[in-house]
Design a protein around this ligand. Sequence first.
Ligand SMILES: Nc1nc2c(ncn2[C@@H]2O[C@H](COP(=O)(O)OP(=O)(O)O)[C@@H](O)[C@H]2O)c(=O)[nH]1
Ligand SMILES: Nc1ncnc2c1ncn2[C@@H]1O[C@H](COP(=O)(O)OP(=O)(O)O)[C@@H](O)[C@H]1O
Length: 215
Amino acid sequence: MDAEKQQNDKLHRRGLMFILSSPSGAGKTTMSHKLLMADEEIKLSVSATTRPKRPGEVDGIDYHFVSDAEFDRMVEKDEFYEWANVFDYRYGTPKAYIRKGLKEGEDFLFDIDWQGTQQLYQQDQQDVVSVFILPPSLTELRRRLESRAQDSAQVIDGRMERARSEISHWAEYDYVVINDDVDECFVKVREILHAERMRRTRQTGLIPFVRELTA
Ligand SMILES: Nc1nc2c(ncn2[C@@H]2O[C@H](COP(=O)(O)OP(=O)(O)O)[C@@H](O)[C@H]2O)c(=O)[nH]1
Ligand SMILES: Nc1ncnc2c1ncn2[C@@H]1O[C@H](COP(=O)(O)OP(=O)(O)O)[C@@H](O)[C@H]1O
């Protein structure tokens, strides 16, 4: 990349909140991991949750695993951007460093449900880009939940029962992608992020740049 192009790519812009939602098992964690590996400019917003840690999950990386009492304290101290009850547990987005990061042009990835997405929209519509991931079929969704082998049969039944109501929120999202083939789905998710970064309204460095260009 030549120096001039590099300079243009660094024009200041506002950060964005990139939300991936889906029924459990449709592949949002898979897409999130791939995006975080492939894109240096986006960071994961690590949620706090009262749900127990799954095998392989790491505290502070996948979630901040907190007790009910700690979650209560965080709600009371207004430490959440948003929070919701999902599957008998509570999940919330700590707001401490996100607002600051956005102003500095950092992008954040959110793996949150439709309730959290609606709350973020209400608070900060212009910075939110939301993507809903659909499974190719409910049979395949169950197969994926079973192949992940991290939840009991009872928990999987519960997730399948909720899938229809979660899917009913698809039309509230900016983009919808079907996760049939992992790589094809990932290309689509990445293209959405790339295009959204180019939105004129996010590129706050454009005005001085064009002024100089035409001086
Ligand atoms: N509103 C909200 N939802 C969250 C948050 N963190 C995770 N979730 C959602 O909670 C649901 C359950 O997450 P999890 O227990 O990790 O199971 P998963 O669906 O298999 O990823 C998913 O729909 C997540 O998107 C959060 O901070 N806020
Ligand atoms: N396109 C796909 N084809 C086959 N398996 C997939 C695909 N996408 C994800 N998976 C697998 O399905 C399971 C559920 O995916 P995951 O990303 O954990 O879903 P979610 O975070 O939405 O609950 C995982 O075992 C994952 O490896």
